[in-house]
Write a protein that binds this ligand. Structure first.
Ligand code: SF4
Length: 309
C-alpha cells in the first residue's frame, strides 16, 4: 500500500481507510519516500523541535537588534511585560505564543539559527503554536512530534498544488501556509478529527487570502516579524472553531487552489520585490535609501586590493 498523496482528499481517504490521524500518514509517507525508519524520522523531528525551542529562547531572553535597525527586541519587551502582568485582553498563553513567534523571527532577522518552517519569514508561526498548545494542555514530546508531522502533510499539499514563498505568491502563501499548517497540527494535538484538522487549515488560509508581500527594504523584518504573531492568533482561532464543530464551507484543496490563482494574479510589485505597499511608504523609502548608502560605503571592502609589485 502506498502512502503518497498530493491532495487533501487523498490524505483524508488514507486516514479514514486506516483510521489514523494525519501525523501517522505523514510518517508513513516519509518512510516510503525517503526510505527511512520510523525511529530515524522521529529522531529528526526531535532535533528540529529542539532547534525551534532554542530560537525561541535566544529571541526572548536577549533584546535582538538587526543591522538595519528595524528589529529592536520587541519579543524581549513583550516577555518583560508579561512578567509585570499588565491587563491584556488575551490569555497569558496567547501572549506567550506572540513572544515566541516574534522571538523566532527576530532571531531570523539577526542571522541566528532558526528552522524555516515552511520558510524563514514565517519561521515563528509553527513553533509558537505547537509549544503554546503543549503548555496550555500539558502535552509531552509525543504530541509535539505528531504536531510537527501533521504540519508536514499540510505543507506538502500546499507545495504540490500552489506555492509557498512570498516571491511567488505573496505573504498569503508564506505566512498563510504556516498558519494553515499550525492550525491543522494543533487541532490534531488537541484530539480533533482529520476533518477538523483540514477545516482548521482551510479557515486559517482563507482568512489571509490576498495578503501581499511588501517587506520594507526587501528585508524580512517589517512587517514580517510582528505579522507572525497575528498569524499564530489566526491558527488558534481556526483551531478553536474547528474543535467547536464549525467547518469550512470550502474544502482545503479548493482553498489552496484559490490561493494559487490569487498568487498568480498578484502583481510582481507585491511579491517580495519591495516595489509596492509598505515598502514604498515614506518610511519604507527612507529605509531603502539608508540601506543603499550603507551599501555604497561598504562596497570598497569587497573590491580587490591593489598590489604593490
Ligand atoms: S511579507 Fe513577504 S518577506 Fe515578509 S513574511 Fe510575508 S512573505 Fe515573507
Amino acid at each position: 500500500m502506498s502512502y503518497v498523496f498530493k491532495k487533501a482528499t487523498e490524505l483524508q481517504a488514507l486516514c479514514e481507510q486506516l483510521n489514523v490521524p494525519i501525523s501517522e500518514i505523514a510518517v508513513r509517507y516519509e518512510m516510503e519516500v525517503k526510505g527511512l525508519s520510523r525511529e530515524q524520522i522521529e529522531h529528526r523531528i526531535k532535533t528540529v523541535l529542539a532547534a525551534m525551542g532554542k530560537a525561541i529562547i535566544t529571541g526572548k531572553t536577549t533584546p535582538q537588534q538587526s543591522k538595519s535597525g528595524m528589529v529592536t527586541g520587541d519579543a524581549y519587551i513583550l516577555e518583560q511585560a508579561l512578567k509585570e502582568k499588565p491587563e491584556m485582553i488575551m490569555s497569558d498563553i496567547a501572549v506567550k505564543a506572540m513572544v515566541w513567534s516574534m522571538a523566532t523571527n527576530e532571531s531570523n532577522a539577526c542571522s541566528n539559527c532558526i528552522v524555516a518552517c515552511p520558510t524563514a519569514g514565517s519561521a515563528g508561526i509553527v513553533p509558537a503554536s505547537l509549544y503554546a498548545v503543549r503548555e496550555r494542555f500539558g502535552f509531552g514530546e509525543k504530541e509535539l512530534v505528531a504536531g510537527l508531522l501533521n504540519t508536514s502533510a499540510i505543507g506538502l499539499i500546499i507545495e504540490e498544488n500552489a506555492m509557498m514563498s512570498g516571491a511567488s505568491g505573496g505573504c498569503q502563501s508564506e505566512d498563510g501556509s504556516a498558519a494553515a499548517m499550525a492550525a491543522s497540527a494543533i487541532t490534531e494535538m488537541r484530539g480533533g478529527s482529520v476533518d477538523a484538522c483540514l477545516s482548521a487549515a482551510s479557515l486559517a488560509l482563507k482568512n489571509v487570502l490576498g495578503l501581499v508581500c511588501d517587506p520594507i527594504g526587501g528585508l524580512v523584518e517589517v512587517p514580517c516579524v510582528k505579522r507572525t504573531t497575528f498569524m499564530v492568533m489566526n491558527a488558534f482561532t481556526a483551531s478553536d472553531l474547528a474543535i467547536a464543530g464549525i467547518r469550512s464551507k470550502v474544502p482545503f484543496d479548493q482553498v489552496v487552489d484559490a490561493m494559487r490563482r490569487i498568487g498568480e494574479q498578484m502583481p510582481s510589485a507585491l511579491r517580495e520585490t519591495a516595489q509596492g505597499g509598505l515598502a514604498t511608504t515614506e518610511v519604507g523609502m527612507h529605509v531603502k535609501e539608508k540601506l543603499a548608502q550603507e551599501k555604497e560605503v561598504c562596497t570598497p571592502l569587497f573590491e580587490k586590493p591593489e598590489r604593490d609589485e
